[in-house]
Design a protein around this ligand. Structure first.
Ligand code: SF4
Ligand code: SF4
Ligand code: FES
Length: 245
C-alpha cells in the first residue's frame, strides 16, 4: 500500500518584502520509484505553482538539486522517497545565497572559489597549439579524472563544521580541486605554489578531519584520502621552509 507523504518545505523569497521565512506542509501519495525530483514537480503542478527549486540533469551530474533532505545535505534527483520517513523536511542549503525556497546560488560561490584557488592548469610558457598533447599514464589520468568528478553541488560545504564557523574556509570542494591540479603533470606549479593557496587555516590546516564531507559527498569522491595526502604535502613543504630557515 502506498504511503501518504507529508513534506515540510521551507518557503521564502528574499526579493519579496512581504515574504516571511516559514515551512509549509504538502501532502501527496507516494508512487513506486518516486524521487524527490518527481515529488517536488508533483507538488508544483498541483499545489504550489510558485515553488522554487533547481534541477538540470536529473541524473546526479549537474549538482543543481542539492538541498537539505530530512536534515542531511544530498541530491534531490538521486533521493528516493522510499528511503525517507513518511514525514520529512526539505530546506535550502545554508552557507550559499538563498534565491528562493529551495533554490540557492552555489554558482557564484564556486566561481569565487575557482578564482581564489586558480583552479586551472598553469603553464610556464605559452602553449604550442601545433604540438601533440603530452601523453599521460592511464593510471595517473584515471586518478585525475576521479577527482574531476566533483559536481560542485556544495554538500561537503554544508556538512563541514569548519565551513560553518570560518567564512573563508575553502572546504573539501576547494581542497579536492587543489589535489587534482597537484596531481596533474601538465600543471607546472609545485608544492610551494600550492602552499601559498591552501597552506593556512582557510585551507588544509583549518580542516578538522572529522570527514563529514567524505560521508556525505553524493559522488563518493575519495575526499578522506585526498585531504590526508594534501595535508602531508603541505606540511612537508612547511617543514622544508623551516629547515632552510
Ligand atoms: S566534493 Fe562532493 S560534495 Fe563536495 S562539491 Fe564536489 S561532489 Fe559535491
Ligand atoms: S574533514 Fe575537513 S573539509 Fe571535510 S568536513 Fe571535516 S573539516 Fe570540513
Ligand atoms: S538535477 Fe543534476 S544533480 Fe540533480
Amino acid at each position: 500500500m502506498s504511503r501518504r507523504l507529508k513534506i515540510s518545505i521551507f518557503r521564502h523569497n528574499p526579493r519579496d518584502p512581504q515574504s516571511v521565512p516559514r515551512t509549509v506542509d504538502y501532502e501527496l501519495d507516494e508512487q513506486p520509484g518516486m524521487t524527490l525530483f518527481i515529488a517536488l514537480n508533483a507538488i508544483r503542478d498541483t499545489q504550489a505553482p510558485d515553488l522554487n527549486f533547481d534541477f538540470v540533469c536529473r541524473a546526479g551530474v549537474c549538482g543543481a538539486c542539492a538541498m537539505v533532505i530530512d536534515g542531511r545535505p544530498g541530491l534531490a534527483c538521486r533521493t528516493l522517497t522510499s528511503t525517507l520517513p513518511a514525514a520529512f523536511s526539505l530546506y535550502p542549503l545554508p552557507v550559499f545565497r538563498l534565491v528562493a525556497d529551495l533554490s540557492v546560488d552555489t554558482g557564484s560561490w564556486m566561481r569565487e572559489l575557482a578564482e581564489r584557488l586558480q583552479t586551472w592548469v598553469h603553464l610556464d610558457a605559452e602553449p604550442d597549439l601545433d604540438r601533440l598533447e603530452a601523453r599521460m599514464e592511464p593510471t595517473l589520468a584515471e586518478e585525475v579524472y576521479e577527482l574531476d568528478r566533483c559536481i560542485e553541488c556544495g554538500c561537503c560545504i554544508v556538512a563541514c563544521a569548519t565551513a560553518q564557523m570560518r567564512e573563508g574556509f575553502v572546504g573539501a570542494v576547494g581542497l579536492n580541486k587543489i589535489a587534482r591540479f597537484r596531481l596533474d603533470p601538465a600543471d607546472t606549479r609545485d608544492d610551494a605554489d600550492f602552499y601559498e593557496l591552501v597552506g593556512n587555516d582557510e585551507g588544509i590546516f583549518g580542516c578538522m578531519s572529522l570527514l563529514a564531507c567524505n560521508d556525505l559527498c553524493p559522488k563518493e569522491l575519495p575526499l578522506q584520502t585526498q585531504l590526508a595526502w594534501l595535508r602531508r604535502k603541505m606540511a612537508g613543504q612547511g617543514v622544508r621552509w623551516l629547515r632552510r630557515g
